[in-house]
Structures are given as C-alpha cells and as structure tokens.
Ligand binder design. Structure first.
Ligand code: ADP
Length: 623
C-alpha cells in the first residue's frame, strides 16, 4: 500500500505513538516531495545564522570601539556582518514562503489515495459505522484546518526554534551552565500558564459557540426576506434587538472570564521574564565586574541568554500542538490501513475468467445464511438455490423479505455468515474482487449517474474507448434508442445539471432505460435487475419486460421485484419470506398451488385494478 511503512506495530492503546507518526510523515514527505522535505532542514541554516548574527552584531559594535581597529576595518566588519544578516534573513524568508506555498501539495498526495480507498474497499466495510468514522476523521485531517499541511509547517517551525535554542545552549555553556538551568524551569512554568489559559478557553468553548450560533441565527433572521415580513407585521424589532444584545452581553461576559486567564498568563510571563533576565543580567555583570567577561562579551552573552530563553519557549509552545499533529496522522493511518479486500491476494487464472465470460453461468447458493448484526435474526436463513445457466429467475417478496440483501450477497458485497456461493462450481470468494465484478452486471435501485456524456455513462469508459457497434445494439435492446436520437448532441450530451449547465435532464423512466442500457453494455454473463420498473408507469413497465426478456437471452439473469405481475415471463419465480424460499415454480404452477404467491398475486391484482379504476374515474371527472 502507498502509505504503509510498516509502522502498524507501533500502535499503542489504539493510537500510534508520536514518534511513529513523525517517522511516517517524514518518510512519506521525502518520497513524495523531496524538495519540501530537504527545504525544511536546509532552512534551518539561514534561520539559525540570522538569529546568531543578530546577537553578534551589537557585540561587534562594542568590540570595535573597545579595540584599536581602524575606522576602515570597523566599518568593513560591520558592513560584512550586516550584509550576511541581510542575506540570511532573505534566504530565511524565501524558505518560509516556499514552505507556505507548498501547503496544498501535501493535501494532493493524500487526497488521491483517500478517494481511491473509499472506492476500492469492500462494500460491507464501506457501510460499517467504524469505517465511516475513520473516513470522516481522515477527511478532516487531510482537507481541513489543523490537518496535515498545518502539521508539516508546525513541525518545521518547531525545528526553527529548537535548533537555534540548542546552538545558544552550547554557546552559553561556555560561560555558565546555570544560565541554561535557570531558563528551563522558567519556560516550563510559562508553558504551564499558557496551557492552563487554553484549557480554560476550551472548557468554555461549547458555551461560546452556543452564543455565536444564536447570534448568527438572529443576524440571519434579520436578513431573510421571509422573516422580514413577520418582523414588520408582528413588531418583532425590539424583541429581536433585545435578544441580540442579551446574548452579546452574556457572550462578552464569558469572553471576559477567558481573557482573565490569558491576562494571568501574560502577567506570569512578564514576571518570569523579568526574574530570569534580572538574574542573568546580575550574574553577567558580576562576571564582567570580576574581569572574567569583557564588555563586548557581556553584550554578546546577554543577547544569547535572551534568545535562548525566547527560542526555547517558542519551541515548547509549538510542541503543545504535537498531540493534535499526532492525532491527525493516526486518523489518516487508521483509515489507510483498513484492509481493502477480504480476499486480497486471491485470484483465479485469467483464462478461466475469460472462459466464464463466454457463456451463461450457473450460480449456486449452498446453505447460505446472513446476519447484519450477530445478535439479530438472520436476514437470509439456510438458503439453497441453484440458478441454471441461461435461466431467467424472478425473485419476489414483500418489502423487508431480504431481496436486496440476497443481491448484495450474490454481488460479493457481503460474505455469507455461513454457507457458500458458487459460480460455475467455484466459490466466489476465490476470485479477485475486480475479476468477480467483471462477471456481473447489475441495475440497482439506487443508481449513480456521473457528470459525463451519455455514451460514457452507458459504456463506463472514456469517450474514445466506447465500442459504437455494441452501444447501438445496447440502445436498441434497452429501448433507449428513440430518446437517444432525439438528444441534440446525441451520445455527447452531458448529464447532471448541478455540474454541467447544458446537461440534459431525463425523466425517471428514461433514466431507467439508460441504466438498463448500461447494464447490457457490460455484456456480463450474469445480469441482475433490482426493481428496474419502480419508476415506470404500467405501459412503460410492460415494454421494459419485453425488452428485458429479449435482452437477457444468452445470459443467466435474476429479476427482483415486489410487483408480482411483472415476473410472469421468467422461467421460474421464487418467493422470499423472512429470508427463506417459501415457494418456487412458474407463475402457472404457483397459481395452481393456491398458496402464499397466489394470495399475494390476487391481493396485488385487486389493488392495481382498483387503482386503474380510480384513474379512469378521475379522468372521466376531468373530462
Ligand atoms: P428487501 O430488499 O426485500 O426489501 P432487504 O434485503 O432490504 O429487503 O432487508 C431485509 C432485512 O434486513 C430488513 O429487515 C432490513 O431492515 C434489514 N437490513 C437491510 N439492510 C440492513 C443493514 N445495512 N443493516 C442492518 N439491517 C439491514
């Protein structure tokens, strides 16, 4: 997998450790964007140098005055230093701008595998709540706010503070280790106050956002023309203004409390800065007075001590967001690590698949049971069913009988809880998913049309790869040809108005025919149609049956419906009730048996007859 670097073992308590995530990020970044990766480190050179030069410069000014440098040497040294400082600052700014501008690059690298994962993962996993949660968390991490781009910048900013701080520590250690020892607890206390203020802020966050939600609502109401009428007629102005002001006052009061914590933090910050600087200052003066430091060294080390404390504090502040950064990568990794296929690595020889495609297939369900929830009753229970090669099978049953579940099992979207499904005698779990999908064509109830041309939607391939001869045959068989020929741009007409302004719109029945054409274009040996006539009127429905009967010749087909009269042309009808086959036979056989099928058939016929009579009555009244 693209994003796997074997760090799965480093997961502890369900999350990955920070260092494991850090490695994951940098390994990926080096592979995907080597320039950004190296720039993050290279930028440290001008960054650190500029910081040190900034401290060295005042010291050199004093050295020049202290010693017997001539005016030329003095100015020359200063100019060289200023130029060096300028160059370093420029390079530092350029590197920073480069890193900022590269922000969107990181997203791009994660976006593609994110989308691919969603499209490739086993369908049952896609439906799982846990996977959906992981996918949402991963989406937020990739596309929003404090996501990977922010994390990348923060890590590099952290280094930009940490490395100069480390260099200053080494330089200061030459004078006294105590300057470093003193600065660390001061910084820790300062960070503690910052954390405390942020914690108090986040505790109030739900209340604050509640206030702003109310304020937004009130503001929006005043801008809506619909509420504008009510506001005027019912004199709501004063009431709304009062509500608005009350909310605003309460919100400001709460903000005031939060700001008090930040104020406390600022006071603590200033006090600790004063204490630390005072002590360092006194100590350096003491060393200077004893002749252990020159004036210029005093200036230099005082600058170093200040910068050390400042950079260390900033590095620690950046480190506060490490938890969020780590969570970002954990979410992404959890999502990417989900296994894509339960039968990953399994594959049937291509010759065998090609052979299967050449003729109608036999499908067998052997003692198949399926449960969505372990504790619930099976939706499909110990089902045994063989669909012979070339057979037209109708699967009927009332809503909730388990028809759609059975289709999903046959499609390989779900794995039977027990039992097996065989295609030409081979367990469908032996096939690679793509291989298996290439053998079936389905017209689903909840279909997807893409914002592409009509031809591309039917053929599911790019325009220049559409087989025109096959397309024409499909259009005839599906009954879509007439509508197709009426289109201004024929097969080049675009679909989906929301995305393409000039897109064509189809009625429910027309869409159904288009989808039927798509199902037929695939030329798979197993054809499944799940309630294909749900959006059609009875005349169009009858027409589709005839088409279907013709189109499914030479294929094994399963036709699902809850409308019993629509399946009479099938070779065999099976009635599904509570996940079991309760009756099986031709329409005539089942009617003769006078069982549940006959009862349902009579009931439905009566209902449709009544509906038709009602329509005729209404038409007569209109006339
Ligand atoms: P039909 O297609 O015959 O109307 P379904 O196969 O859709 O029947 O549903 C059969 C039973 O399985 C119903 O009781 C339904 O509530 C349940 N069911 C369907 N899908 C799910 C699901 N994703 N999770 C849990 N139960 C489901």
């Amino acid at each position: 997998m693209i994003f796997s670097n074997g760090a799965r073992m480093e997961k502890s308590n369900g999350r990955y450790s920070f260092f494991s995530n850090l490695k994951y990020h940098y390994v990926n970044l080096r592979r995907q964007e080597p320039l950004v990766f190296w720039m993050g480190f290279l930028a440290l050179i001008p960054w650190t140098t500029a910081s040190i030069l900034g401290n060295v410069l005042p010291s050199v000014v004093v050295v020049g005055l202290e010693s017997s440098w001539g005016i030329r040497r003095y100015f020359f040294t200063l100019i060289v230093l200023i130029l060096a400082l300028w160059v370093c600052t420029m390079l530092q700014n350029m590197a920073q701008a480069f890193m900022e501008n590269s922000r969107t690059i990181y997203r791009a690298h994660y976006s593609k595998p994110y989308v691919e994962k969603k499209m490739k993962v086993d369908y049952d996993v896609l439906e799982e709540k846990n996977f959906q949660t992981q996918a949402n968390a991963s989406y937020t991490a990739i596309y929003q706010g404090r996501g990977i781009d922010d994390a990348t910048l923060r890590l590099s900013t952290f280094l930009n503070y940490l490395i100069p701080a480390a260099v200053y520590a080494v330089l200061l250690a030459r004078v006294s280790i105590w300057i470093i020892v003193l600065a660390i607890p001061c910084a820790v206390i300062q960070i503690w106050f910052l954390k405390l203020a942020r914690q108090k802020h986040s505790e109030q966050h739900p209340h604050l956002s509640n206030y702003s939600k109310k304020l937004n609502y009130l503001t929006n109401q005043t801008m809506e023309t619909a509420s504008g009428k009510d506001i005027r007629i019912f004199r709501m102005q004063d009431w709304l203004a009062k509500k608005y002001m009350d909310n605003l006052t309460d919100m400001n009061r709460l903000y005031g409390k939060v700001h008090n914590w930040y104020f406390l933090r600022n006071v603590a910050d200033a006090g600790l800065d004063f204490l630390r600087n005072g002590l360092v200052y006194t100590y350096l003066i003491y060393l200077t007075a004893n002749g252990r430091l020159s004036i210029s060294q005093f200036v230099l080390f005082f600058g170093f001590a200040n910068s050390f404390a400042e950079q260390m504090l900033l590095a620690m502040r950046e480190a506060l967001s490490f938890g969020i950064i780590s969570n970002t990568f954990s979410s992404i990794r959890d999502y990417f690590d989900t296994k894509e296929h339960r039968n990953e690595g399994k594959r049937v020889a291509e010759e065998e698949v090609d052979e299967i495609k050449r003729a109608p297939v036999t499908l067998e369900l052997r003692d198949v049971s399926f449960t969505y929830d372990e504790k619930a009753k099976p939706v499909i229970s110990h089902m045994n069913l063989t669909i012979a090669a070339g057979e037209k099978l109708a699967l009927i049953g009332l809503n909730g009988a388990g028809k759609t579940t059975l289709v999903k099992l046959i499609c390989g979207f779900y794995k039977p809880t027990s039992g097996e499904i065989l295609l030409n005698g081979r367990n469908i779990e032996d096939f690679d998913r793509e291989q298996y999908y290439s053998l079936i064509s389905v017209l689903f109830q909840d279909f997807t049309l893409l914002p592409l041309t009509v031809d591309e939607n039917i053929a599911s391939v790019p325009k220049d790869e559409v087989d025109q001869k096959r397309l024409q045959q499909t259009l005839v068989l599906s009954g879509f040809l007439e509508r197709y020929q009426k289109l201004k741009d024929k097969g080049d007409s675009m679909l989906i108005r929301e995305i393409n302004e000039d897109a064509v719109d189809f009625s429910g029945g027309e869409k159904q025919r288009l989808l039927f054409a798509r199902a037929l274009y695939k030329e798979a040996p197993l054809l499944i149609l799940d309630e294909p006539t749900a959006a059609l009127d009875p005349i169009a429905e009858n027409e589709i049956y005839l088409k279907y009967s013709e189109a499914s010749r030479g294929k094994t087909s399963v036709y699902i419906s809850h409308r019993l009269s629509s399946t009479r042309f099938c070779d065999r009808i099976i009635l599904l009730e509570n996940g079991c086959i309760t009756e099986s036979g031709t329409h005539e056989e089942l009617m003769e048996r006078n069982g549940r099928y006959a009862e349902l058939f009579e009931l439905q016929s009566k209902y449709y007859r009544e509906q038709e009579a009602e329509k005729i009555r209404l038409r007569a009244m209109e006339a």
